[in-house]
Write a protein that binds this ligand. Structure first.
Ligand SMILES: *Cc1c(COP(=O)(O)O)cnc(C)c1O
Length: 436
């Protein structure tokens, strides 16, 4: 597998370099140089197969010679050791539940696969790796759980003080000794700025091998292509036109879906569903892309004003707005609409959705009522378990949410984290500690 930079088509990097370097030196983002098509035979083979079987097929094609088939199989078995389930709520309308992993959010797929990929490369190149990640909530938990107890990898997580739920915090602060958690006096933008300063600090990067576990890292997106295929392969009648609504913030998930489509997944349209942080839907309707400060909403994991993967989406379509519009439709929803959707999903189907998932459902419904497609399958992605966001629900619904037993450990263990000012010098000092 070879990769180029969204800012330089001639850059020729290997997966190892893209994984550990996170970002090309020119400040762009890595993209696969060739996106292979799976072909009819492989697609047919996937029908009714297990998730690990299908993930190995998809990743085998995408990664090519970058990972040997035996190691890939082991990595997939370890990383994806929890189910992906497609639940039909009414005829031909499904939710793809991606929250059955250890951190209760879809970010487990990317984080767990990325950690195994790093382990795999450490066999030949055993130096210590330091992962740095800024989180608004869900990424931190997924990374802490996914990298827990992995030898030779030290993880530092930055989270904004007071902005993550107690469960989200515990998922980070109760992980193993190689996970260091810093509560930053500031908001998510401050955390992200600190991380960016560290990645841009050449002197620091000469001393330690610093790597990003945020969705700028292509490894996360590669892992996420797999469940799109799994959704298709588990559908009763896959010959119907397929529409997939993706609740979006940094647009890593949607970009992974676009890559899956390039690989031959027959998706007629993706629906980019956002909260009021709607720079991408606004771009799709006006043709102008303008980033903004993010606004706080109840679907907090999507409170992003400058989506990092927009550059990748543009790259996939060579910046051609007309082409993007053929494949991606965007909608935005307010918190009131999201609350209404949570209520509707509950009264109609007895289904309790997290606020992000509810936004995805709204997007799918708006698409269907606007375009009235005939013979279709609709999927909206269920990105987190509702138990992660208890504060969002009215009492009657909240009382019916049960916390999955797999998080019991995080509730019992003592927490371990430090509070720091949003000050780069301080972070730098901490990152340098114990480096030889
Ligand atoms: C991160 C996250 C999103 C947004 O995903 P992107 O890939 O950043 O667009 C949506 N829902 C939940 C629950 C998340 O944690």
């Amino acid at each position: 597998m070879k990769l180029y930079s969204t800012r330089n088509q001639d850059l020729d990097a290997g997966l190892h370099e893209a994984l550990l370097g996170s970002m090309p030196p020119d400040g762009g983002l890595y993209m696969p140089s060739a996106i292979p098509s799976l072909g009819k035979e492989k697609m047919e083979w996937m029908r009714g197969k297990s998730f690990p079987e299908n993930a190995s097929t998809v990743l085998g094609a995408l990664l090519g010679d970058a990972v040997d088939p035996g190691s890939l199989k082991t990595m997939v078995a370890e990383a994806f050791d929890f189910p992906v389930s497609l639940v039909e709520l009414e005829a031909h309308q499904h939710v793809l539940e991606l929250f059955h992993g250890p951190s209760l959010a879809f970010k487990d797929f990317g984080a767990r696969f990325m950690s195994r990929l790093m382990q795999n490369y450490r066999r030949d190149d055993p130096g210590e790796i330091r992962d740095l990640v800024a989180t608004s909530g869900d990424t931190g938990g997924a990374v802490a759980q996914g990298f827990s107890d992995l030898p030779g990898i030290q993880v530092t997580i930055l989270f904004p003080s007071g902005k993550v739920s107690p469960l989200q915090r515990r998922q980070m602060t109760t992980a193993s000794a190689n996970i260091r958690v810093l509560e930053v006096d500031g908001n998510f933008d401050d955390c992200q700025l600190l991380a960016r300063q560290a990645f841009g600090d050449q002197l620091l990067n000469r001393r330690i091998r610093l790597c990003s576990a945020n969705s700028i890292n292509i490894a996360r997106l590669i892992a996420q292509t797999c469940y799109y295929f799994q959704a298709w392969a588990s559908m009763e009648d896959p010959s119907r036109e397929l529409y997939i609504s993706v609740p979006s913030g940094n647009f890593g998930n949607l970009t992974a879906g676009l890559i899956a489509r390039r690989m031959g997944l027959p998706v007629r349209r993706f629906i980019a569903s956002t909260n009021i942080n709607d720079v991408v839907p606004a771009y799709l309707s006006s043709g102008h892309y303008e980033t903004r400060e993010s606004l706080q909403t109840i679907s907090s994991a999507m409170d992003v004003g400058a989506p990092s993967n927009f550059e990748r989406m543009m790259d996939l379509f060579r910046g051609d707005l007309k082409q993007i519009r053929e494949v991606v439709e965007g909608y935005r929803f307010t918190d009131d609409q999201t609350r209404g959707a949570i209520r509707d999903l509950y009264t109609r189907y007895g289904y309790i959705a997290c606020p992000h998932t509810a936004v995805a459902w709204l997007g799918l419904r708006q698409y269907i009522s606007g375009y009235r497609p005939g013979n279709f399958n609709g999927i909206f992605l269920g990105t987190a378990h509702p138990a992660k966001f208890p504060e969002v629900y009215d009492n009657d619904i909240r009382d019916r949410i049960t916390l999955p037993s797999r998080v019991n450990g995080t509730l019992e263990k003592p927490e371990k984290f430090h509070r720091i000012a949003a000050d780069y010098a301080r972070l730098r000092h901490i990152l340098m500690e114990h480096s030889s």
